[in-house]
Design a protein around this ligand. Structure first.
Ligand SMILES: *Cc1c(COP(=O)(O)O)cnc(C)c1O
Length: 824
């Protein structure tokens, strides 16, 4: 720490108690949201208010004239604060940064041919929202902007000669504090040599100006429009500013609205005409009565701020010093096993390639020693108790959050649809956090704030225990010496349609309701709401869905013949964006019956999607989706794909099978009935044993039939075993699954729920959709117990009680995972 910082720090420490009595012993670390106001500021403003009479402007009275003069003086002073020459720039007072953005957006909206809008992905939602007004809009990352600057053009639809083009970006991200070049606008203009190009830049300086000087001294390089909020610099008043380069002021003549304060004359009856004010730009834009007292307070704010903290350069030096300390301190905190506690999202102060680096903000998330994410809500509970004022969550910065957390757009929408909203309890979804912790430092932060915060993280989040080593190669103890493993993983995204084989090497998520994306969709009769099944519409077997996670799409093709004109393939977004679905105002229209259970599904609106399926099935039908987060009984049954006859209670009797002399395997109905009480979140997955399949196929071939495949039984997990190692290690026995109690796949435990009862659906050839009587006949001879035919076994994932590893928090299985079996 150099002498200057030390002196600054000492000065602030001395001031703290007197200036911020509202803080008590708390530590305020949310300066990117707002800044603390000091007692001196409030006192100075109170003195102004009680010694002067500020009349409403627009009259000749002395008090009114006094107000007008003061406001113009302050306007001038604020421009100077940003080193903006009043001959080149004008300042428009607005409510906040957002209001400034809206004012620019309104002006562009006035262009009859509309406007193009480009915005950087780290934009605050206030900037993102402008896209709704634009004819074309595009979100760019930093590489995208640099590309654009280099090549001088983007895609054909964004042509600045055709229509005005606005480029907006933050000077500093409010999410992680990253900074972006202030001269991007000028460089862009430099690459657009065509004079007819109407290209403008909007700089969101709201986060940047809180701790840094903004210098608009170079008019050429300055953005056309700059927005900011004064409360983020001074804490008070609640006021914003829009600084307009006069050269760009003409766009505001497009603005349609006018109101008190911005017009000279208006006629209403007979003729509708008005004469907008023309003397100065701010007069034409400041609708209604100015927030006079707030503007007056700005004068006090500028005075007091300078007295307490010195110049913005002093503040910038101090806060960036603190931010470096904080970053390095948090980065250093390690669990006993050497794992880092904090996952950092801000740029490292030691990263020399990081361009402009970071403002006085550190964004991060916390992890346990086993790599599981700490819930933001849980963190916040502790932080509140310890009197830290920090911000957590999505921070109004969708692009920044998505980039930092690696969230795909469909995942964000998915989270939203699953009931996640900023600030709710479920902030770790499917193993990914949904927000960040943001610590931001201000002029009045001190080194001890930083030290205290780091100590707090160490005290509560550092774990010293040595974690149990996790091995993915679980010894296969109870497998009679044979190697048992996951041979195939399949999901059936659309109920009763073809399967999707999970590629080797791709870890597949196991969710509370089954394997990820398994039976997420179904086809329904639009009239009755009944779910269609292969039993009735065997062609459904030839509908081939596949899940493309990187594109966020379910792709569906059809293996059978289609009419010439019909679409051959469709894709359906994985996102649960409510726009895709029919409104639910008529509850009857969305009640679907699946295997006798009434459940609510969401029906897609898209004509193309529904026509695609109707053409295949040959009868009108619609694609529907199961509601998110379903954990009710009916939902489970629908997903578990239990046959309707299975929902009848059946009495288990241990009658010995005369054929094989083994006991009736436990029936999944009774088991699931029991399980319902045991586990609130069972996850039904259907497993089959390849040894059993081989045994069945031997019987089928012996009777002159052809072999069948795992798809026939709609298996999710196909269990293989090998005996090739040596003669003394036999394969696991056919139908030994009847006697399994639990399985361990990799590091995850599964409970067997009982054998799966079969119906004629197994007789539909999944490659041709042709129906026959096999393998049901053979099964009826070899696998019938007490009149019921069984093949395969239902099981569910047993979640860990306290998931403290990444893998436990978001369990996955992969092809080749080793399996250990515990018999009954
Ligand atoms: C705070 C902030 C905004 C919004 O400011 P308001 O005063 O709430 O309108 C916009 N952008 C950034 C970068 C911010 O930090």
């Amino acid at each position: 720490m150099d002498e200057n910082s030390m002196a600054y720090n000492a000065r602030i420490e001395a001031l703290r108690k007197d200036e911020f009595p509202m803080l008590h012993d708390g530590i305020y670390l949310d300066h990117a949201g707002t800044t603390l106001y000091s007692k001196s500021l409030v006192d100075a403003f109170a003195a102004e208010m009680t010694t002067n009479l500020f009349g409403n402007p627009h009259s000749a009275s002395a008090s009114s004239q006094c107000t007008m003069a003061r406001i113009e003086k302050i306007r001038y002073r604020v421009l100077q604060f940003f080193n903006a020459d009043p001959a080149e720039f004008d300042l428009v007072f607005v409510a906040n940064a957002t209001a400034g953005i809206k004012m620019v957006s309104d002006a562009f909206r006035g262009f009859s041919e509309g406007f193009n809008y480009l915005y950087h992905h780290a934009s605050h939602t206030s900037l993102v929202g402008v896209r709704q007004e634009a004819r074309n809009s595009l979100c760019l990352d930093t590489d995208g902007v640099n590309d654009w600057i280099e090549r001088g053009e983007l895609e054909p639809s964004i042509d600045c000669r055709q229509r005005a083009t606005l480029f907006a970006y933050p000077a500093q991200s409010n999410m992680d504090g990253r900074r972006y070049p202030l001269d991007w606008g000028a460089r862009l203009r430099g690459t657009q040599p065509n004079p007819s190009c109407q290209m403008y830049t909007l700089l969101d300086a709201a986060a940047y100006v809180a701790t840094s000087p903004l210098d608009l001294g170079n008019v050429e390089a300055a953005p056309d429009f700059t927005v900011l909020s004064f409360y983020k610099i001074f804490g008070f008043p609640d006021l914003g500013g829009l600084i307009v380069k006069r050269e760009a002021a003409s766009i505001f003549t497009q603005r349609r609205y006018f109101g008190g304060g911005t017009v000279d004359m208006v006629t209403c009856t007979k003729e509708q005409w008005h004469a907008p004010k023309t003397q100065s730009l701010h007069e034409t834009l400041e609708d209604g009565t100015l927030p006079i007292h707030s503007i007056i307070a700005l004068d006090s704010a500028l005075d007091v701020h300078h007295t307490l903290y010195g110049t913005m350069t002093d503040i910038a030096l101090h806060t960036s010093f603190l931010a470096r300390q904080l970053y390095r301190g948090l980065e250093k905190v390690q669990h006993g096993n050497g794992q880092q506690v904090c996952v950092m999202y801000s740029t490292s102060p030691d990263d020399t390639d990081a361009g402009l680096g970071n403002g006085a903000v550190v964004a991060f998330n916390l992890r346990t020693c086993m790599g599981a994410w700490i819930s933001l809500t849980e963190f916040e509970k502790l932080a509140v108790l310890k009197n830290f004022h920090v911000r957590t969550g999505g921070l109004c910065n969708p692009g920044g959050i998505a980039a930092a957390l690696g969230l795909e757009p469909w995942e964000m929408k998915q989270n939203f649809s699953a009931g996640f909203r900023c600030g709710n309890e479920h902030d770790v979804i499917n193993g990914k956090p949904t927000g960040v912790i943001r610590v931001s430092l201000g002029a009045m932060s001190t080194l001890s704030d930083v030290d205290n915060f780091i100590a707090f993280i160490e005290e509560f989040y550092r774990e010293d225990r040595q974690p149990q080593p996790v091995s993915h190669n679980v010894p296969t103890v109870n497998n009679n010496g044979s190697e048992v493993f996951v041979d195939t993983i399949m999901v059936y995204p659309i109920k009763s349609c073809g399967g999707f084989r999970i590629p080797a090497g791709l870890p597949w998520a196991v969710r509370s309701e089954g394997l990820a994306w398994d039976r997420e969709w179904c086809l329904v009769h639009p009239g009755t709401g009944l779910a269609l099944t292969q039993k009735r519409y065997s062609r459904m077997a030839l509908i081939r869905p596949s899940i493309d996670l990187s594109a966020g799409k379910l792709r569906v093709s059809y293996q059978g013949p289609l009419p010439e004109s019909a679409q051959k393939e469709i894709s359906v977004p994985l996102s649960l964006n409510p726009e895709f679905f029919r409104p639910v105002d008529n509850p009857r229209s969305t009640k679907t019956r699946v295997c006798g259970d009434g459940i609510s599904t969401m029906i897609y609106k898209s004509h193309d999607i529904n026509t695609f399926f109707s053409n295949i099935i040959g009868t009108p039908c619609a694609l529907a989706r199961f509601p998110p987060g379903g954990s009710g009984n009916s939902m489970r049954h629908a997903k578990a794909h239990l046959q309707s006859h299975q929902t009848q209670p059946s009495v288990k009797d241990n009658v010995q099978s005369h054929r094989h002399g083994i006991q009736t395997p436990p029936d999944s109905d009774e088991e699931s009935e029991r399980r319902r009480i045991l586990l609130s979140n069972e996850s039904p997955i259907l497993a089959i044993n390849l040894s059993s399949l081989a045994a069945l196929n031997r019987d089928l071939v012996k009777n002159g039939g052809s072999p069948v495949y795992a798809e026939t039984f709609r298996a999710n997990i196909v269990i293989g075993s090998s005996s090739s190692a040596s003669k003394s290690t036999p394969e696991i026995l056919a139908y030994s699954e009847d006697e399994w109690d639990t399985l361990r796949i990799g590091t995850h435990n599964f409970k067997m729920l009982g054998a799966c009862r079969r119906c004629h659906m197994v007789c539909i050839n999944q490659n041709t959709a042709a129906k026959s009587d096999e393998p049901f006949l053979t099964l009826a001879k070899t696998r019938r117990f007490n009149g019921k035919v069984f093949f395969g076994v239902h099981m569910c994932h047993i979640p860990m009680v306290a998931p403290d590893t990444r893998e436990a928090q978001s369990p996955t299985i992969s092809i080749g995972d080793k399996i250990a079996i515990d018999p009954l």
